[in-house]
Design a protein around this ligand. Structure first.
Ligand code: AMP
Ligand code: ZN
Length: 302
């Protein structure tokens, strides 16, 4: 087992990982292939539950996050996108500036969209106001953004990272069933990849004092679990989370069942770069020791 810092150092040294800014990395070569193969395994795992694949949008509206009460939970991580105006005089001033990059940065307008902090919000938004005849399950993948300040660390805690989720909306038992099966699928994949992973009770961070009780409730009611891989120093890395939302999103987005009650929801969320880091910490950076060979996407070396 290697410390994560050593994994990152070794990948940087061969040029297969580089930093474009805090929490923003690039990958190339064999390690980029390994990330792709791990995501293929996660996709295959999701397909055990559903073949309804979603690629979620690159942006989400402020209104949707407000509806999801995001601003009471972890708003300090919020990241947004804005753009330049089409105003010719502004564009001319930028183009003729001695530093057009800096001029453009000063000239961008107010944020128009949020860079999604999780992919499941897009699924609730898409189903808002609907009545479900039967439970819906989808496999959603997309880029997520969370600016966790000084805690950002390559692969472990990105400003931008890739999330894959299985989302379920339906009756309470449909959700419990997905979370139980999802936990087993995830533990099986972790074992196949040689990871020493354990399930643990967890809770989300809640920023607003009025919402802090929700963190305690999550634990008391057992609403959030994480699949955790320990680093060599014992520090835990959560590679997946299993979340029961009860009727929270069903109520917030007016998604109901045939009997008129709000739908329950739950999601199984995988941080793809964290699975990559867990594999590298466990097996090292030499591709000969990896459990997947990128020349055979998705095939295990047994
Ligand atoms: P959460 O919605 O917080 O339960 O996150 C779902 C999963 O995304 C976690 O279990 C991690 O595997 C992954 N994840 C969360 N935050 C980050 C981050 N900043 N960088 C990389 N992966 C993350
Ligand atoms: Zn989710």
């Amino acid at each position: 087992m290697l410390p994560p810092e050593q994994v990152v150092r070794e990948l940087r040294a061969i040029g297969d990982l580089w930093d474009a800014g805090p929490g923003l990395i690039g990958l190339r070569g064999r390690v980029a292939g390994l990330l792709r193969d791990i995501d293929a395994q996660l996709r295959a795992l999701c397909r055990l539950e559903t073949d309804d694949e979603w690629r979620t949008p690159a942006g989400i509206s402020f209104e949707t996050l407000e509806r999801a009460q995001y601003f009471a939970s972890f708003p300090q991580w919020l990241s947004t996108a804005s753009h330049l105006s089409g105003d010719e005089s502004v564009l001319n001033a930028i183009a003729s500036s001695t530093s057009p990059g800096a001029a453009a940065r000063d000239a961008v307008g107010a944020p128009q969209t949020v860079l999604p902090p999780a992919v499941c919000y897009a699924t609730y938004e898409a189903l808002a106001g609907s009545v479900l005849d039967e439970p819906v399950l989808m496999c959603a993948q997309g880029q997520c953004w969370r600016h966790e300040g000084s805690r950002l660390a390559p692969l472990e805690r990105g400003w931008a990272f890739t999330m894959r989720e299985i989302v379920c909306l339906g009756g309470e038992r449909d959700v419990t069933g997905l979370l139980e099966r999802g936990g087993l699928h995830a533990q099986n994949l972790a074992r196949d990849l040689g990871l020493d992973a354990t399930m643990m009770a967890a809770n989300d961070p809640f920023f607003a004092p009025t919402a802090r009780g929700r963190a305690a409730l999550q634990r008391i009611k057992g609403l959030k679990h994480e699949l955790v891989v320990p680093f060599p120093d014992g520090r835990p890395l959560a590679i997946a989370s299993f979340n029961a939302h009860e009727r929270f999103f069903g109520d917030a987005f007016a998604i109901s069942l045939r009997d008129g009650t709000s739908a329950s929801s739950g999601c199984v969320a995988f941080g793809v770069e964290r699975w990559l880091l867990a594999v590298l910490v466990t097996h090292g950076t030499n591709p000969d020791n990896w459990p997947l060979h990128s020349t055979h996407a998705g095939a295990f070396a047994r």
